[in-house]
Unconditional design. Structure first.
Ligand code: ZN
Length: 199
């Protein structure tokens, strides 16, 4: 047998099992596990689903953000309309001769939220405050690249970043450079978050 034949080399280099067809693979970037759990894609993509493995469907559900992809202004507008829609008589007259300016649409307990749309999707649902967009589009995108949303604190961002680098680095993949683009995205996203003082 010729051990130096190109065919033999190719076989030897291949360390990982064939990836599953994309239809059944987990939609989480870089995850090779079967995606057997469905998760809704969200606003304007009703009826569309991601397929995740158990770990990633849990993670997705914990960070699910209905407003993903909307600008801060859009979210504020949506909230304002929701306020008007749900409670037409909301705070009528409160401002008259009152305590001065009150920002519309961000009053914590001013309206009923039967769908739970504005509640933070934190695990356990402990935080019932209305969700407020805190970040600009670039930071939000960067968080999404890391698989996080605006509820992530600096510690979480750092930890997630380290996880990704560990997972995607060629050294951790037997020299496989096919994940480099994804790694570059992760690093770029982390830089954005760092310069926004979020990480
Ligand atoms: Zn997965």
């Amino acid at each position: 047998m010729d051990l130096n034949s190109p065919i033999f080399k190719r076989i030897r280099v291949k360390r990982e099992p064939e990836p599953l067809p994309s239809a059944t693979r987990c939609d989480h970037p870089g995850c090779e596990v079967t995606g057997e759990f469905r998760a809704p894609k969200g606003r304007l993509r009703e009826g569309q689903y991601f397929c995740f493995c158990l770990d990633h469907v849990k993670e997705y559900n914990a960070s699910y953000n209905y407003f993903r992809g909307m600008t801060d202004d859009d979210v504020a507008k949506y909230q304002k309309e929701a306020v008007v829609g749900h409670r037409p008589t909301w705070n009528m007259g409160v401002n008259r001769g009152g305590k001065g300016h009150r920002e519309e649409g961000v009053e914590p307990d001013a309206f009923v939220d039967p769908m739970g749309i504005f509640r933070n999707r934190t695990p356990g649902g402990a935080d019932a405050q209305p969700r407020r967009p805190r970040y600009g589009l670039a930071a939000t995108k960067a968080l999404n690249t890391l698989g996080l949303d605006e509820t992530a604190d600096a510690e979480t961002i750092k930890a997630r970043y380290k996880d990704w680098v560990k997972k995607l680095h060629p050294d951790a993949n037997g020299g496989d450079r096919s994940l480099e683009d994804r790694l570059r995205e992760i690093i770029q996203a982390y830089k954005v978050l760092k310069s926004a003082k979020l990480a």
